[in-house]
Ligand binder design. Structure first.
Ligand SMILES: *Cc1c(COP(=O)(O)O)cnc(C)c1O
Length: 222
């Protein structure tokens, strides 16, 4: 058994230390516990340990796992951290509190329309493909201004940027680029940093770190 509660304490302590080291308040960094593909018992244990902010990368899986739990715990907060297809926008707006992966005008428009229809405000982040990897989601840095303009035009509020750096690059370069882009566009939130590099991300300004393996152990193969 993975000691989930102890892992949460350890990671939180490291987050706080990294924030202080950077001259920031520990409360300025939020831990998004990434539960995708983890066994249900791990989720139950994290909830029992007081964790309330979670990340999932697939709408369908998140619905199955969280719809009932949301009714039981009013203060659960869910972030979508995986790619979103426009045909899942309705479900995503109904379930999630934040969508971190807005990466194209069509999706921004669909989200804005659906939020209006449901009368529900979901916080949105733009995912930036800082490494410009062809297989990865996210808008290319050079296309970010146009996407932000499209979001403004359709009335989609954007609170920040999110990135997943290339696996074989030093992540700090990508964190620094994301921070620079956010500053340039006056965006306050920076979702960056995972199990292997969240302390580095905090040093470079992360306000949300998305941590799975360090809390729940290795994910079972899909
Ligand atoms: C799975 C995932 C994470 C968590 O990664 P770990 O290395 O397990 O901490 C973070 N962000 C995104 C977008 C993910 O898909």
């Amino acid at each position: 058994m993975v000691p989930v509660a102890a892992n949460i304490e350890t990671v939180k302590a490291k987050i706080a230390a990294a924030a202080r080291e950077a001259g920031r308040a520990p409360s300025s960094v939020r831990l998004v516990a990434v539960t995708k593909t983890q066994p249900d018992a791990a989720v139950t244990e994290a909830l029992a340990a007081g964790q309330r902010l979670f990340g999932e990368n697939r709408v369908q899986e998140a619905m199955a796992r969280w719809q009932d739990r949301r009714a039981a715990f009013a203060d659960i907060e869910l972030h979508l951290i995986g790619p979103l297809q426009t045909n899942k926008v309705k479900e995503a707006v109904a379930l999630f509190d934040a969508i971190e992966t807005v990466d194209r005008p069509k999706l921004a428009q669909a989200l804005a329309a659906e939020m209006k229809k449901q009368g529900r405000a979901v916080r949105c982040f733009i995912q930036v493909n800082t490494g410009e990897e062809p297989q990865k989601s996210g808008v290319a840095p050079r296309d970010l201004p146009a996407l932000l303009a499209a979001c403004a035009e359709c009335g989609l509020p954007v609170g920040g940027l999110m990135a997943v750096p290339p696996a074989d690059d030093p992540p700090a370069l990508h964190f620094a680029l994301l921070k620079k882009l956010a500053a340039r566009h006056g965006l306050a939130e920076l979702s960056m940093g995972m199990s292997g590099d969240y302390e580095e991300a905090i040093a470079l300004g992360a306000t949300c770190v998305r941590v799975g393996t360090a809390l729940f152990g290795a994910r079972p193969p899909a």
